[in-house]
Design a protein around this ligand. Structure first.
Ligand SMILES: *Cc1c(COP(=O)(O)O)cnc(C)c1O
Length: 377
């Protein structure tokens, strides 16, 4: 949300053009809230949510570990001060030469979801720890992760057995319950699957040690979401239920939940118009859209809170669109967005909850629009 520090920054610096401002105090509070909610779990910040060096440095200094998806992200985490043993290569889709490079840099923890990937790792990262990702249904998530990552639990058993056979350390199981997950029971279902993999392999003498419980922790957009503490309690009871007293090591990988509410995008109204004189829906065009960083408005999945200078006055439904010459650059149309009738061209609006998944999604120069600028304060 727009903290006083962010408002002061915008008022004094008056940056021109759309930009993201991230308040590090909020990131610090979020990290502490995760530590408090799940004191026995290690926190691996998902770098892709927002890789700003200031954010990575803060988290590294606070003792965070990092979930990375590429060699470049591994290097960003290291440049921020994270030692290799606090970095996981969590992408299940890696080139063999990138695995080799990460191994050279000291990375020893890798994600897999098939035997083909295990074979790559065995060839170039001998002895490394691997964890196998299992599919989840993604139900309850506003940004589900589909079937792209993970395999069914029965296959995870084969994958980890294969890893062990090739001399790797069959270390554990991972899952991701889907991003912006507001159903507290989602972890319970996934942990039940993880337990099946643990138990099946234990019968063969392969003892797994770790469950990576992924991300999915939500940020507040238009609706309230449960606090980190509620997630901590739900997850801890699910762990107890499925693993009893033999609790495994656990990891969480918050991305959105760590930085989403720390950032605000300042934008300007470029045009307000109608398609016919008697239309009751106005089209409001901002200087930022899907290609400027708001890619998560795809299918109207994420609905950001928008603050205008006229809040509290009468509103009417608007179609909200970006400034580019691409017809896909419309953010909210199926469900129009209520905005004040007195909103005018040139007004500045604040798009809240935009600290995650914005800067890195913005195009390099589509239609000549600069990539989203970001200030971390
Ligand atoms: C993207 C990602 C995350 C972060 O997910 P959030 O929903 O933003 O918390 C965590 N783990 C993995 C493997 C990811 O790909």
């Amino acid at each position: 949300m727009a903290t006083q520090r962010i408002l002061d920054f915008l008022a004094t610096r008056r940056p021109s053009g759309p930009c993201l401002v991230v308040d590090l105090d909020v990131v610090r509070d979020n990290f502490r809230a995760f530590e408090k909610a799940l004191p026995d779990s290690k926190i691996y910040y998902a770098v892709k949510a927002n890789p700003a060096p200031e954010i990575l440095r803060l988290l590294a200094a606070m003792g965070s570990s990092f979930d990375t998806a590429s060699v470049a992200e591994v290097e960003m985490a290291m440049d921020a001060g994270a030692p290799a043993d606090r970095i996981s290569f969590g992408n299940t889709i890696k080139k063999e030469r990138d695995i080799a490079r990460a191994y050279q840099l000291g990375i020893r923890l890798f994600a897999v979801d098939c035997v083909e990937e295990v074979e790559k790792i065995a060839r170039v990262a001998p002895g490394a720890r691997v964890f196998c990702r299992v599919l989840t249904d993604g139900e309850g998530a506003e940004w589900p992760l589909s079937r792209k990552f993970g395999c069914v639990p029965a296959m995870a058993v084969d994958v980890l057995r294969h890893a062990k056979g090739l001399g790797l350390d069959a270390y554990g199981v991972s899952f991701h319950v889907g991003s912006q997950q507001t159903d507290l029971t989602a972890w319970d279902r996934a942990l039940a699957d993880a337990k099946v993999v643990f138990a099946t392999l234990a019968e063969e003498g392969i003892v797994l040690k770790m469950v990576n419980m992924g991300g999915g922790f939500p940020t507040r957009y238009l609706r309230d979401v449960p606090a980190a503490q509620a997630y901590g309690q739900a997850i801890f009871s699910a762990l107890r239920k499925h693993f009893g007293n033999a609790l495994p090591e656990t990891i969480i990988e918050p991305g959105r939940g760590m930085v989403g509410n720390a950032g605000v995008i300042k934008s300007e109204v470029v045009l307000i118009s109608k398609k016919a004189a008697n239309d009751n829906v106005r089209w409001v065009f901002l200087d930022i859209g899907k290609f400027g960083g708001l890619a998560e408005t795809m299918d109207e999945a994420i609905r950001y809170p928008i603050v205008t200078p006229h809040d509290g006055t009468e509103t009417a439904p608007c179609v909200l669109a970006g400034p580019t010459c691409d017809s896909a650059d419309v953010m909210y149309e199926k469900t129009p967005y209520p905005l004040p009738l007195s909103l005018t061209i040139g007004d500045e609006v604040l798009i809240e909850g935009t600290g995650a998944y914005t800067t890195t999604y913005s195009a390099v120069a589509f239609n000549g629009f600069e990539p989203l600028r970001s200030y971390v304060i």
